[in-house]
Design a protein. Structure first.
Length: 492
């Protein structure tokens, strides 16, 4: 009999269905890579939209030129710049400049003879939405055709910082400029200097490092990282004769690599709670169906009972083999995740996190396997079994928050109140799919709701202690298992 049980355990552990499910669980660990990339990617310049607004005058009036771009310097279509110009005759002229598919837009304003523009106010709305960017500009005496930068989101001047497309931790420079009378710039060069200047008054514009020539209205340049002992970054444009035509100044830190402090456990915690704790119970439902439930409801398992094996031995053998297989998958998954974080961020998961994560997911596996095996003795068809198992999973994982909301409402607790919070936490003790969340509440000393947002708590005040967690785990494993073994032994 012992040999027969051992054979059945080995057969179950090496079955194609279990091995496939184990492989799927391990492959899910690869999904941690986007989490790590997201957590380690700087969210500064690369996530911003910006615009440069240029202006020049001639005998025909005032000419405006805009270029809207994303954090990498690519043109944005549909950006709307509303300009409002107050003239010397008291009149106000206004219009919208909408950028085209390449990010460019322009506008020409002709004023009556003898009338001049005094002040311009503007607001910029980007296709991505958000609050408009606003500003103002007072017109200065300028030579015909001379170009002025009216607006630049990052500062004065035509040079803007943008994220490097191949490495978003580095910062490049984007130059938006036009030649006299709006012509495409020709013979213009861009230079820079990192230093410790408090103003540009003492800067020698005849020196500096040459970045290269302007190749059109919009040109991007690779910029070396600013040394740590510098405070200022100055960029300037010279014409074909070497004369200064425009400049921009920034803190040197703008052009230093962005460093994002990361800690492996913090990254993986969100991945485990959002993805792994969802898939593990679902895999337990599926593998329980393929390795016991289907055989039970179709009667196939009766052929095994003709061998020298007891019903109890068979039940325990199938249960233990499936739980062990899935626990092995969890262990390998955590090991793969640990290796991934080591490679990507040079940080390992904490031993406590690995132990508590493995333990809580193993409890969920054992609980769901027990529930599915129990359900196999309560229904008569394969459709009812797999449908019932999936339904239980869906209710416990997706609709539990609605159930707790309804209970809170019946008890008179408003959403977000202390009473509703206590109902939600207490309800998690009665949901095997939320056991990992309970352990997370204890680890983080905070409760995360179904729709995001966390509330700091004292776990002990809500009954979350090592003792209650162990007791809850034991009950969720023992009750379905005991009921299943009883029915498998007595009822069949």
């Amino acid at each position: 009999m012992t040999n027969t049980v051992a054979y059945d355990v080995r057969r179950t552990l090496t079955s194609k269905s279990l091995l496939v499910i184990v492989a799927i669980v391990i492959l899910i660990s690869l999904a941690v890579i986007p989490f790590i990339r997201s957590a380690t990617s700087p969210s500064g310049i690369s996530s911003q939209s910006a615009e440069t607004l240029l202006e020049y005058q001639d005998s025909g009036g005032y000419h405006f030129f805009v270029y809207a771009f994303n954090g990498y310097g690519d043109g944005l279509s549909g950006a709307i710049t509303h300009i409002r110009i107050s003239a010397s005759n008291g009149e106000v002229y206004s219009t919208n400049i909408t950028t085209n598919s390449t990010g460019f837009g322009s506008y020409h304003l002709t004023l009556p003879t003898g009338v001049s523009a005094k002040k311009l106010s503007f607001s910029i709305r980007y296709p991505s939405g958000g609050l408009p960017k606003i500003g103002s500009y007072s017109f200065l005496a300028q030579a015909p055709g001379e170009v002025y930068t009216i607006a630049s989101d990052f500062g004065a001047g035509p040079v803007s910082p943008i994220a490097d497309k191949s490495n978003s931790t580095k910062t490049d420079a984007l130059v938006v400029y036009e030649g006299p009378y709006g012509a495409e710039p020709s013979g213009y060069s861009v230079h820079y200097e990192f230093g410790n200047l408090s103003s540009t008054a003492s800067l020698n514009f005849s020196e500096g490092v040459d970045l290269g020539p302007l190749s059109g209205f919009v040109t991007s340049f690779k910029v070396p990282s600013a040394p740590n002992n510098t405070q200022s970054a100055i960029f300037w444009i010279t014409n074909s004769t070497g004369g200064l035509v425009a400049y921009s100044a920034y803190p040197a830190s703008t052009f230093r690599p962005v460093k994002v402090a990361v800690e492996a456990t913090a990254i993986v915690s969100s991945f485990t709670s959002g993805i792994l704790s969802f898939f593990i119970p679902l895999m337990a439902v599926l593998v329980s169906y393929t390795n016991y439930g289907k055989d039970r409801v179709t009667g196939t398992i009766e052929s095994i009972l003709t061998r020298p094996v007891t019903r109890r031995g068979l039940a325990f053998g199938r249960y233990v083999s499936v739980v062990l297989g899935l626990c092995a998958a969890i262990a390998l998954t955590l090991a793969a995740i640990d290796l991934t974080t080591k490679i990507m961020v040079n940080s390992l998961l904490s031993g406590t996190f690995i132990f508590e994560t493995f333990g809580s997911l193993a409890v969920e596996v054992a609980g769901f396997v027990g529930i599915m095996y129990l359900l196999a003795h309560l229904v008569k068809g394969t459709g009812a079994l797999i449908g019932g198992g999936v339904m239980i999973f869906v209710v416990l994982d997706f609709f539990w928050s609605l159930i707790t909301f309804a209970v809170s409402d019946l008890l008179g607790y408003a959403s977000g109140s202390a009473g509703a919070l206590r109902v939600s936490i207490t309800a998690d003790f009665f949901n095997i799919a939320h056991f990992y969340a309970l352990v997370g509440d204890y680890q983080s000393k905070s409760y995360t709701g179904a729709f995001g947002g966390s509330t700091a708590i004292n776990p002990a005040s809500y009954g979350i202690t090592p003792v209650t967690l162990v007791l809850t785990a034991a009950l969720w494993i023992a009750i379905p298992l005991a009921a299943f073994v009883y029915l498998a032994t007595r009822r069949d």
